[in-house]
Ligand binder design. Structure first.
Ligand code: UDP
Length: 390
């Protein structure tokens, strides 16, 4: 008889976005009792396998691949045959599990139908703000409708995420907030000599100010706002860590490069591409800036900046507001406001005491509220209470 693992994790992505990095910590903690199915191969599969998590890829076929977050329902309708085929395969795999745990919207749709076919309960870890700044209204209706009908528990990664789901018609009684958790060890164990080495390599002196932005390059992540903010300050440098991981974001990356050279600051805008040593890179920065122009569901990089003992500036919207207490554990500025961002950077540059206080209080807050142990404990309790007796 096949061993029945407790949890079948699903994620459609093969790339490493914030949601996938969060699932990585959860799956690692459950590795003796879980397996992960991805709908696409990529660095996420390799990371899971390196960490000893059972993982396999069930590639999406045909039209299913073309469903995108802002696509229309007509396009989705054409994908129905491929979707059903995929759901049947997942349902077969789910028979040896007791819970299906979907980590993304696309995988939730598949998981929900597979759950109904295999009679397994489904948990959806909701990591998106279901609003029109991020998704078409048709997609929101579809996802919320499927979740209301077929998903047992919805785990929202912030109150902002939960509120947006409920405002879109999602069932409040099924939905609870569990904040992301991030391991602090990698941030505590950075070798300080790597910071000065990195600054030297980049041509950033000790008296320069290095502002780091750690997000995929995408219009709504707002890296252009940071470039505008540092423009008139020759001693300020921007470290852009992250790449255009989705094809649709490639023009934005080119636009940022053009902007940096048009403003004559190509030597102080450092494009590092995607890196897997974020703690080392953050340690080299003076400030971590989170510049999203649309509300962020959670914003892992905000907590990572706090764990790095760096003062964090974030935009005053979505989940970020729940992570930072303004002027105590970080600074909040309005989204899409380069002048306000410039002012916040300037106030930190000029006030060493403010820098130190915010960095230290931010660190303590991150350790106490956003630990990975707390995340795993809360997820375990939900899985245990949802698990079917099948
Ligand atoms: N990140 C990374 N390498 C990069 C850029 C970002 O590992 O080059 C990580 C970053 O440290 C964070 C995650 O990607 O953990 C982004 O998560 P966030 O919630 O900030 O944004 P999302 O990608 O989910 O929208």
């Amino acid at each position: 008889m096949t061993e029945r693992r407790r949890i079948l994790f699903l994620d459609h992505a093969g790339v490493l976005g914030g949601g996938e990095l969060s699932l990585l910590s959860i799956a690692r903690a459950f590795r003796d009792e879980a397996e992960v199915i991805l709908f696409e191969d990529g660095p996420f599969r390799r990371k899971l396998a390196e960490d000893g998590v059972a993982v396999s890829v069930l590639p999406m076929s045909g039209k299913l691949r073309t469903i995108s977050r802002d696509g229309g329902l007509l396009n989705d309708a054409a994908a129905i045959p491929a979707l059903l085929g995929h759901c049947l395969k997942v349902a077969r795999l789910a028979r040896s599990s007791s819970v299906i745990y979907a980590n993304s919207q696309k995988s939730m749709i598949v998981g929900a139908i597979a759950g109904a076919l295999s009679r397994r309960p489904v948990i959806w870890h909701l990591r998106d703000l279901m609003d029109v700044a991020h998704f078409s209204s048709g997609h929101i209706r579809l996802a919320v409708g499927v979740a209301n009908a077929f998903v047992s528990r919805i785990i929202a990664n912030s109150e902002a995420t939960r509120d947006a789901f409920i405002a879109s018609g999602g069932k409040a009684a099924k939905t609870l907030t569990v904040y992301n958790g991030i391991e602090s060890d990698p941030f505590d164990s950075v070798d300080p000599s790597t910071s000065s080495l990195l600054r030297t390599e980049l041509g950033v002196t000790e008296s320069d100010l290095l502002v780091g932005c750690f997000s995929r390059l995408s219009d709504w992540k707002g890296q252009h706002v940071l470039l505008e903010a540092i423009r008139k300050h020759p001693g300020w440098h921007a470290l852009l860590v992250g790449d255009a991981i989705f094809d649709a974001d490639t023009p934005y990356k080119s636009m940022l490069e053009t902007l940096a050279s048009r403003y004559g600051m190509a030597d102080r805008v450092h494009f590092l591409g995607f890196r897997d040593n974020v703690p080392e890179l953050m340690a080299a920065c003076d400030i971590v800036a989170h510049t999203s122009t649309a509300p962020e569901p959670f914003g892992r990089v905000i907590v990572e900046g706090m764990l790095s003992r760096k003062p964090v500036i974030a935009t005053n919207a979505g989940g970020a507001v729940e992570l930072i207490r303004d002027r105590q554990t970080g600074l909040l500025v309005p989204p899409n406001d380069a002048i306000a961002l410039q002012g916040a950077i300037s106030s930190l540059e000029q006030d060493a005491q403010l820098r130190a206080t915010i960095a230290s209080q931010g660190h303590d807050e991150a350790v106490s509220r956003f630990s990975s142990d707390r995340l795993v404990r809360e997820v375990r309790a939900i899985v245990d209470s949802t698990r079917g007796g099948t």
